[in-house]
Design a protein around this ligand. Structure first.
Ligand code: MD6
Ligand code: FE
Length: 214
């Protein structure tokens, strides 16, 4: 094996379904800058537990950056150019976010991905996200790029019907999942976060999903 082969090999790229791939460890080289970007966004637009249309509080706390942010309240789910808590635009998307999302999408076969929204989910032990489809984005031809930081979590990835079986995908710090095309409307969720302490993030998992929302 030559040196070139060593660099070409990416043994941690795992196809999940047609159009969906796990890029294992893709974000590790940028972990410090990505964490700093999360902190910078949260300093301006703090994490909050949003209310679902049914009146429940989400167990993951959320914030956003970019031209539009995903929000939920008693009126429903939508993308909003303004943070409802402050009435001001969401923070600008840090360039380290947009750059990572573009490179990951490209590695997964989706060139020229230009996200206009990043939803940041903050999980503490016990927090979860029940099975759902991502349906609020205007442009379903664009993929979604999903970055995991901190404690590991089990991602549940199903099919186009709620009743389809779900595969359990362990997601670790630095992993990136890209999905689009035939998988864009697949049901997915995350199991409750288990107790643990991550060396950089402590008792937390952060997930950032980059989308073309508008
Ligand atoms: C999470 N992720 O990983 C929740 N949606 O915390 C999502 O809901 C999600 O990871 C669309 C595409 C990728 C995702
Ligand atoms: Fe989702």
């Amino acid at each position: 094996m030559t040196t070139m082969d060593l660099f070409a090999a990416q043994p941690r790229d795992i196809p999940l379904a047609e159009g969906a791939v796990l890029l294992g460890g893709f974000a590790l080289p940028d972990e410090a800058a990505l964490l700093a970007a999360v902190e910078a966004v949260a300093a301006v637009a703090p994490f909050r537990h949003m209310e679902t249309p049914n009146g429940f509080r989400m167990s993951a706390a959320m914030t956003n950056c970019g031209a539009a942010g995903w929000v939920t309240d008693r009126r429903g789910y939508r993308y909003d150019p303004l943070d409802p808590e402050s009435g001001r635009p969401w923070p600008t998307m840090p360039s380290v976010f947009a750059d990572l999302a573009r490179r990951a999408a490209s590695a997964a076969g989706y060139p020229d991905f230009a996200p206009d929204s990043a939803l940041i989910n903050f999980y503490e032990p016990g927090a979860r996200m029940s099975a759902h489809q991502d349906m609020n984005e205007g442009d379903a031809s664009a993929p979604i790029v999903s970055l995991s930081l901190g404690l590991p979590m089990t991602f549940l990835f199903g099919g186009l019907q709620r009743t389809d079986p779900m595969q359990r995908v362990p997601l670790a710090h630095g992993d990136v999942v890209v999905w689009g095309g035939p998988s864009r409307r697949a049901f997915h969720g995350v199991n409750p976060l288990k107790e643990g302490v991550h060396p950089l993030l402590g008792r937390r998992r952060i997930n950032v999903t980059f989308r073309k929302a508008l």
